[in-house]
Design a protein around this ligand. Sequence first.
Ligand code: ATP
Ligand code: PH2
Length: 174
Amino acid sequence: MDNNELKLTSAATAYLGLGSNLGDRLANLERAVGLLSRPLKILRISPVYETEPVDVPEQGKFLNLVVEAQTHIAPADLLKLIKGMEQVVGRGKAGSGQPRIIDIDILLYGNIRVNSENLVIPHPRLSRRAFVLRPLNDLVPKLRHPGNRKTMAELLLALGDIKGVYIYPASVSP
Ligand SMILES: Nc1ncnc2c1ncn2[C@@H]1O[C@H](COP(=O)(O)OP(=O)(O)OP(=O)(O)O)[C@@H](O)[C@H]1O
Ligand SMILES: Nc1nc2c(c(=O)[nH]1)N=C(CO)CN2
């Protein structure tokens, strides 16, 4: 997308969840973070976690992390940008539920709530996914979910058992 076409809003802090379970997973995350750092101001990056796949048929473990970024790009345009980046890094034809080179989700965008056909913010499965709540809890334990008003720490605690989420001995920088 041409930068001139982007709709700009006042600055918001957004949290993006990244996952990879195909190919060189760490390199895929690094490449995606590199691409994100051009249009977004990356503030912090969570540790990398190796996680058991959830909600999908049996497949390889994921590496997951969460990026905290400041942006003026409106949510719908941000979605278009990250979808383009997925193609660049190599999403290929992998459909929903298939192993993927990279998956980028908008988890939170300031305090806003979006409910359109192709974009829902906060991400609808955030509250039940340890692979995003664990890294969100590292970055912003006291941040409240704009819908249910629970903090990331409370949501993680409510999951009770977060087995299947292991800290990975490598990090990603912008
Ligand atoms: N917050 C969001 N972030 C990213 N995509 C979203 C969001 N809300 C809705 N979508 C829509 O979901 C569609 C499918 O995305 P995708 O293929 O990445 O799903 P998935 O990764 O298989 O599953 P999940 O959404 O459970 O992570 C996207 O094309 C997008 O339009
Ligand atoms: N552990 C883990 N499981 C998943 C992931 C992911 O990133 N990590 N992404 C999915 C679809 O977005 C479905 N399941």
